[in-house]
Design a protein around this ligand. Structure first.
Ligand SMILES: NC(=O)c1ccc[n+]([C@@H]2O[C@H](COP(=O)([O-])OP(=O)(O)OC[C@H]3O[C@@H](n4cnc5c(N)ncnc54)[C@H](O)[C@@H]3O)[C@@H](O)[C@H]2O)c1
Length: 319
């Protein structure tokens, strides 16, 4: 039995959720935060944690009933590369999980819901340089199809039912605390681990594959700024393009080589190259900047410095 909480995270143990939990823990009374995930929680300190499958509607309903959150973050999902290996499971998790949370949020009068979309909503016929906020979208992966459909469901619940659901189209997220969960941009995290461990990396994308990326601190700050923005500032009810930086594996490798001169990289593109070829090279995020003041802080150099420093420290602590 729980007393009411302010914030509920569903999918709190992944790449994004584990960092969102830490950020929220610092900003609020930890007892007002409830974290849940399919897998057992890590060290959550004073924060309450519960194992929960978002596809178990009865359990989810019971959780909403007991915890009566005001803000809900739905982060449980199957990402692009993993989704292509199990399309039906990806569709089920990404769609049924969202609809269940939207329905329960309506029923329990949730004040604000956050649900992440992705640059995967764009496809080969979409403008790629940059991807515009509102234009032609023809995602080719089941993940992208689920994200585009999810955006439309979010807008539907807002326009038809008045639910305050907010969303960002994240680019590839770069972070060091948690390994990424099976996306097409995962190379931009793996490369740092391998650069420190063995000074070499075999990249699953080709050298000139340009993709938009964001450092985790910017991604979390953008998420919280969006969630804290006054309702009248939120003029996009599908999902906002969120830009920060863009680079190719070759450019990232060169930045790492500035800091680790012995680092070498080879390229062995696999099925993820096909996905990357359909995604934007850059995103136009002027709407997010205009509506709620989005402005990224981390560029490629700052990201490399921060990633290498943090991973060096964690590996020396582990030794
Ligand atoms: N990481 C990125 O680069 C990126 C980019 C764009 C969008 N996103 C979106 O951000 C959100 C979070 O992504 P992430 O990178 O943290 O993913 P992740 O794979 O690292 O984490 C997802 C979490 O959901 C949990 N989960 C899976 N199935 C579940 C279920 N049935 N019930 C409850 N929990 C379940 C997993 O255990 C995991 O902890 C997703 O919606 C993803 O599509 C991520």
């Amino acid at each position: 039995m729980y007393s009411p909480v302010h914030t509920l995270i569903l999918g709190s143990e992944g790449q994004l959720g584990s960092e969102l939990r830490l950020a929220l823990q610092e900003k609020m009374d930890p007892s007002q935060l409830l974290c849940t995930d399919l897998k057992a929680g890590g060290d959550v300190g004073l924060v309450r944690f519960e194992t929960l499958d978002v596809l178990d509607f009865k359990a989810l309903e019971d959780l909403f009933e007991r915890s009566r959150p005001r803000h809900v973050y739905l982060l449980a999902a199957m990402l692009s590369a993993k989704g292509e290996t199990n399309p039906h499971a990806a569709w089920k998790l990404n769609m049924d999980g969202l609809i269940a949370v939207l329905d329960l949020s309506l029923r329990y009068g949730i004040e604000r819901v956050f649900w992440p979309s992705s640059i995967a909503v764009f496809g080969p016929e979409s403008p790629r340089d940059p991807a515009v906020q509102a234009g032609y979208m023809d995602p080719q992966t089941v993940y992208g199809i689920s994200k585009l459909s999810g955006e439309l469901w979010c807008r539907y619940y807002h326009t038809v039912h008045g639910l305050d659901v907010r969303s960002l189209r994240y680019p590839g997220i770069i972070s060091w605390r948690t390994l990424p969960g099976g996306g097409t941009t995962d190379y931009a995290v793996d490369i740092f681990h391998q650069a420190l461990a063995s000074q070499q990396y075999t990249c699953f994308l080709q050298e000139d594959s340009r993709l938009p990326m964001i450092y985790i601190d910017d991604a979390i700050r953008g998420t919280l700024e969006l969630m804290n923005a006054p309702t009248e500032h939120i003029r996009c009810r599908t999902s906002y393009n969120l830009g920060a930086m863009d680079f190719t594996p070759g450019e990232l490798a060169a930045e790492i080589r500035h800091r680790i001169p012995s680092f070498t990289i080879q390229y062995a593109p696999d099925f993820r190259q096909v996905i990357a070829n359909q995604w934007p090279m850059r995103v136009d995020d002027r709407k997010a900047r205009a509506d709620w003041g989005w402005s990224p802080r981390f560029d490629l150099a700052a990201t490399c410095d921060t990633m290498l420093a943090a991973l060096s420290e964690t590996s020396s602590v582990a030794r």
